[in-house]
Design a protein around this ligand. Structure first.
Ligand code: PAF
Length: 279
């Protein structure tokens, strides 16, 4: 496995890869969820490139950026064991030379400003900007993202479609702990008491999915019940919503492809999760 840190080295290394390349963009602190993305990438392409970059542009709070876990040595070991071809570990200066504030940004309007975008202003502009840059730098045939960040995945798909970027975007199912908690680097922030509370988010999603499957279409009542369930479990709910899976629009009563999205604080950790429901 080769590690490169700047764009010239990256381009040279990618040019040396003979065939299909899949990119897995990450912010490091890798867990089984990331490794599942890597394995999916391996299934669809001959070569796998992984980027590790804690992107300052997508953090709305400096404190959150500083606290984000950085475990590069351990990450490289895991990627080596997965047979990854190339790892790109740029510095902030490589990605945003000069002042980050003066950099060109990529914005997908509307769906970037609801849910996680409303709670974290500027977050998705940071995500689309870095993903666009990484896709331009690596020029892979495909790129793989987790469905845990469902809103992020839709926004990236829309960016790629709107900007006619020649890359296939693949979404991979969320990997969960035995009690249903979606794997996330942010789970590291939970102490043992908070860790016991955390699966309540997934339980709320499942309860709402069950009600929908039983024919209950009182969307706002179901959302409110879920918020109360999370609050009773000891979480501080941020949002909980039932939306059209295709574009996060408000669903009609007969909508068949729904997604239930939720976010809640447990201590300092902000957890997000979702469930797609096809009726
Ligand atoms: O999902 C993430 O880890 C990040 O948002 C991404 C896509 C790597 C961009 O920094």
């Amino acid at each position: 496995m080769k590690q490169v840190k700047n764009v010239a080295q990256l381009r040279e290394a990618v040019a040396g890869l003979s065939a299909q390349v899949a990119l897995v963009p990450t912010m490091g602190n890798l867990h089984q969820g990331h490794l599942t993305l890597v394995r999916r990438a391996r299934e669809i392409a001959r070569h796998v490139v992984v980027s590790i970059f804690v992107n300052p542009l997508q953090f709305d709070k400096e404190q959150d950026l500083q606290a984000y876990p950085r475990t590069e040595e351990q990450d490289l070991e895991l990627l080596r064991a997965e047979g990854v071809d190339l790892v790109f570990t740029p510095s902030s200066e490589t990605i945003y030379p000069g002042s980050m504030q003066s950099q060109t940004r990529v914005e997908v309007p509307a769906i970037s400003h609801i849910f996680c975008g409303a709670s974290r202003p500027g977050h998705f502009v940071g995500v689309t900007t870095i993903v666009c840059k990484l896709l331009n730098m690596v020029q892979p045939q495909s790129a793989v993202f987790g469905k845990k960040d469902f809103q992020q995945l839709l926004i990236i798909r829309k960016m790629v479609q709107d900007l006619a970027m020649p890359v296939k975007i693949l979404g991979v199912d969320t990997v969960r702990e035995a009690d249903g908690l979606a794997m996330s680097s942010r789970n590291n922030y939970l102490d043992s008491r908070q860790r016991q509370i955390a699966p309540a988010l997934y339980s709320a999603l499942q309860a709402v999915a069950d009600s929908l499957r039983q024919g209950d279409r009182r969307y706002s009542t179901l959302e409110q019940n879920a918020i109360e369930l999370m609050a009773r479990a000891g979480m501080k709910p941020d949002y909980f919503a039932i939306r059209r899976a295709a574009d996060l629009g408000e669903p009609e009563e007969n909508e068949r492809n729904l997604v239930i999205l939720g976010a809640a604080y447990v201590g300092m950790a902000r957890l997000i999760d979702n469930l797609e429901v096809d009726l």
